[in-house]
Design a protein around this ligand. Sequence first.
Ligand code: GTS
Length: 214
Amino acid sequence: MTIYDWHTGPYPARVRIALAEKNLQSRTRFVSIDLWKGEHKTPEFLAKNYSGTLPVLELDDGTLIAECTAITEYLDTLDGAPTLTGSTSLEKGLIHMMSKRAELELLDAVSVYFHHATPGLGPDVELYQNAEWGFRQRDKALRGMHYFDAVLQTRPFVAGETFSMADITVIGGLIFAELVELAVPEECQALQAWYARMQERPSVKNRVTMSEPV
Ligand code: GTS
């Protein structure tokens, strides 16, 4: 299978972490799409993903799967033994709720801040910007950090007792926050401690170099 992505991207990081957690790297070929040159907005790439975003998974029969959650779901059940998206109905419900919440309240909000209230990917790619909307989303992301801090005061992982896709999505949010220099508030000690633990996981630590030929 092929992953189209950009090595340092926060959303691509979500799928790279999932691949490593599932030990599927050796079955994956990476194709680099340069976001800074707008390669994700070319007609050729839009034919692969209508939304013009990364990452995209292409299966060997040509089937295309976009959206990190969908790709993670596919990878997680590839060998019939899900570890990231839950096995029971309850686990699945909680993991999907928390992962979606991590997108809505943190990762997507940081992304909107980046694209609207900073130079983003530059004038050739950012064709419409609304700074006020961007700054509102930055503030939403900071509130989201406080929310996940409160969650992590009560349990070791975002959706419960085990590492899951929900953790990966919050990690994506904090990777993006680092890129745009949006610091985790000092008082969010539980979130900071959890993130320090997550950064020790090999899947998180080695995500950027994963696509380099070995
Ligand atoms: N909902 C999508 C998903 O979950 O896959 C969002 C994907 C997304 O926004 N990807 C970013 C992108 O393509 C990649 S990165 O910023 O994390 O590297 N952004 C480019 C753009 O122009 O929006």
